[in-house]
Design a protein around this ligand. Sequence first.
Ligand SMILES: O=P(O)(O)O[C@H]1[C@H](O)[C@@H](O)[C@H](O)[C@@H](O)[C@@H]1O
Ligand code: MG
Ligand code: MG
Length: 269
Amino acid sequence: MAEQWQDVLDHAVAVAQKAGKVVREALQSDRKVSTKSSSIDLVTQTDQKVEQLIIQSVKETFPAHRFIGEESVAAGEPCDLTDEPTWIIDPIDGTTNFFPLAFLLIMGVVYSCLEDKMFVARRGKGAFCNGKQLRVSDQKDIHCSIVATEFGSNRDGGAVEKIFSSLRKVVCLPVHGVRGAGSAAINLCLVASGCVEAYYEIGVHVWDVAAGALMVTEAGGVLMDVEGGALDMMSRRILAANNRHIAEQIVGQIQAFTPQRDDAPPQQQ
Ligand SMILES: O=P(O)(O)O[C@H]1[C@H](O)[C@@H](O)[C@H](O)[C@@H](O)[C@@H]1O
Ligand SMILES: [Mg+2]
Ligand SMILES: [Mg+2]
């Protein structure tokens, strides 16, 4: 008998490849950009087209499955994570070339379609890039560590102050360097691959991080809240690191704030 959930993972990888082709083609033509929550929260027709492509394809094969999709939530669909089999989809994450998918947080797929790198993780079974097993860095010294982060799309003055202040403190620990791939999913894959020691961000959404977070734990890394407690996937805050020691030193530098949760009830007009 086929292993449980293997058909779901196979489907996720196949649909990621199909979506990657659409994104690559769109990069030659699609320049129609609209805004969502703010002037720097952008969406293109390709984001919407790719999300629909994935949802349609999954529905045909697994009609009972549910979805949390970035563009569907932006259009008013609920962001409810229940015990039902649920796909968490970010059709395009960051600079129009990354593509994360998570299924009920027991498997994750991130397809970096321009590089043709397919990252796949399954709970308890490891994380892989194009079939090669991933392992986090074994660095234990924060001063020799590279930390990834992003400014996000929040331009509220108080939040921006805290983001800069945290970054300044992290840089001055000192760390070896700071990076940002422009994509939460890829930053998490960089932690899982051992290319950076840690990644933190406040303001991300569950669809930005669900797939990459599993990549990190399956590669031997740790996840926590930016203030050091357990990670809450709906809280829009994440810290991932190669080990707890590195993570805790970063926690000490972060001036946290609390964005509206992904699963908050819709705001009254
Ligand atoms: O490109 P999207 O899917 O919107 O996700 C990015 C998010 O918009 C940014 O605010 C974050 O800084 C990135 O880490 C996300 O990947
Ligand atoms: Mg995203
Ligand atoms: Mg997106």
